[in-house]
Design a binder for this molecule. Structure first.
Ligand SMILES: [Zn+2]
Length: 460
């Protein structure tokens, strides 16, 4: 019987990696980095329980780092197979993987320079060169076209509506009575701008379902009323609105709403800076693949018009970023990383957090152990670049812009399943949301639901 082993995203939200073994073939679905708590991040350094050289292929659901960020390490460890993904995912991987490699190298340099390492010398988890090598192994495949990924194993991508190119992966085991496993990836949301709704789950024997927000219902879409209010009030105080945002996905939605509020004259027209070279590149891919976006914004031409606010500015050089950081003019600054764990947004936060005029607005999930989580949990000070920074700025969170389905949306999506799966496995969630969602699925559908542990193996 084919086997499935949970090598990540098991009772946690990062490190997505699922090993499929059938006969002599091994395929990895997703190849993500562990992020957040230190004990999790350290797992990135553990040897994989399987030799990378013995893996035939990798199949990716989407280009967020917790789903693709381990690829360069897999490649440096000897993986030489093909990496199947949608064309949109391939585009975005070209942005995120080399950047992740550069960051790893930079971290190692810093650790060596300041001596805060027990390892001498500190080494990067992988390098930019490893990332480029991984990119050369990408094999883009369109949606809903089953392709053989290994002997006797086919995979097919189905739109998940979570990020440009995001997909669920349905795997079919030709030699084993055509059994099917659906890897749900991260599930997008219904009736949101920018991306289309997720497709209903295709028929499968086993189902892997994310549970990030398994115990939550996102606040209802208020037509951006609160966003308008926050921007207007902050501008009146003469402050800036700092939006830590994941470079991929959230930036587009924030820009969409700000542009709409401007068009409807519901906010003052402020300079809007996207201070993230990655986010700027991602915007171009979104615009170029406009046919994959939500039908409502599709007529937007092949340019940035769907996202270009009136005083839209891309920030490229570190110098521009520093000037912007020191400027006290009211403006909206969108910068990554989304959980304030690194990136240029840290400089903006260092500057704005101590000042009550400013607002810091979180629009995405804040994982345990991150600075973003500390701030939304009400920390009075946070440590940035070794300094204690007092928090006087207004800290806000708008959940309705989340890219992840909430409990009701997950249930709505599951209700579209053409038949009862043998087992539904909950993944990609912290234990509490997972247990709540498990109970909800059992009660509503009467399915067998399991919450596998790290390194647990099950029969397919
Ligand atoms: Zn994701």
């Amino acid at each position: 019987m084919p086997q499935l082993t949970f090598l990540g995203a098991a009772r946690t939200v990062t490190g997505s990696k699922y090993l499929v073994e059938a006969g002599d073939e091994r395929v990895l679905v997703d190849c993500g980095l562990f992020q957040g708590l230190k004990e999790l991040r350290l797992r990135n350094w553990d040897p994989l329980p399987v030799d990378p050289a013995g893996i035939r292929a990798v199949v990716l659901t989407h280009a967020h780092l917790d789903h693709v960020g381990y690829l360069p390490r897999l490649v440096s460890g000897g993986f030489r197979g093909r990496i199947f993904c949608t064309p949109g995912t391939a585009d975005l991987c070209h942005i995120v993987l080399p950047d992740a490699g550069r960051l790893q190298e930079e971290d190692a340099r810093q650790a060596n320079k300041h001596g805060y390492t027990r390892h001498a010398p500190a080494l990067p988890l992988f390098t930019e060169a490893d990332a480029f090598r991984a990119l050369s192994q990408l094999q883009p495949v369109g949606f809903e076209r089953p392709v053989p990924v290994a002997s006797g194993i086919e995979a097919e991508f189905v739109n998940a509506g979570h990020l440009l190119g995001s997909a669920m992966v349905r795997m079919r085991f030709v030699a084993n009575g055509g059994r099917r496993v659906l890897f749900g990836g991260d599930l997008g949301r219904y009736a949101r701008p920018v991306l289309p709704d997720p497709e209903p789950p295709p028929e499968a024997d086993l189902l892997l379902v994310e549970s990030t927000y398994g115990d939550r219902v996102h606040e209802e879409d208020d037509d951006a009323t609160r966003l308008a209010q926050l921007i207007t009030e902050t501008a009146k105080r003469g402050g800036k609105v700092i939006v830590p945002a994941f470079a991929l996905g959230r930036v587009e939605e924030v820009l969409y709403w700000v542009k709409r509020l401007e068009d409807e004259s519901r906010i003052p027209v402020l300079p809007v800076y996207v201070d993230s070279p990655m986010a700027v590149e991602a915007l171009r891919f979104y615009s170029a693949r406009y046919s994959e976006l939500d039908p409502d914004i599709r007529p937007a031409r092949r340019d940035l018009s769907a996202f270009a606010t009136r005083r839209f500015e891309e920030v490229h050089s570190p110098k521009q970023s520093k000037d912007l950081m020191r400027s006290n003019r009211p403006s909206i600054v969108i910068s990554s990383s989304g959980m304030a764990t690194g990136g240029r947004v840290l400089h903006h936060l260092k500057e704005t957090l101590p000042d009550a005029r400013h607002t810091v607005l979180f629009v995405g999930y804040q994982a345990e152990g991150t600075r973003g989580r500390q701030l939304v949990d009400g920390a009075r000070e946070v440590k940035i670049h070794g300094m204690q920074v007092p928090v006087h700025a207004q800290i806000e969170k708008i959940d309705s812009m989340s890219a992840h389905a909430d409990r009701n949306e997950i249930l709505r999506w599951l209700s579209g399943a053409p038949r009862v799966p043998k087992t539904a496995y909950l993944v990609h969630g912290e234990p509490e949301p997972m247990e709540t969602l498990k109970a909800a699925i059992e009660e509503r559908f009467g399915w067998t639901v399991k919450t596998p542990e790290y390194l647990e193996a099950v029969e397919i």
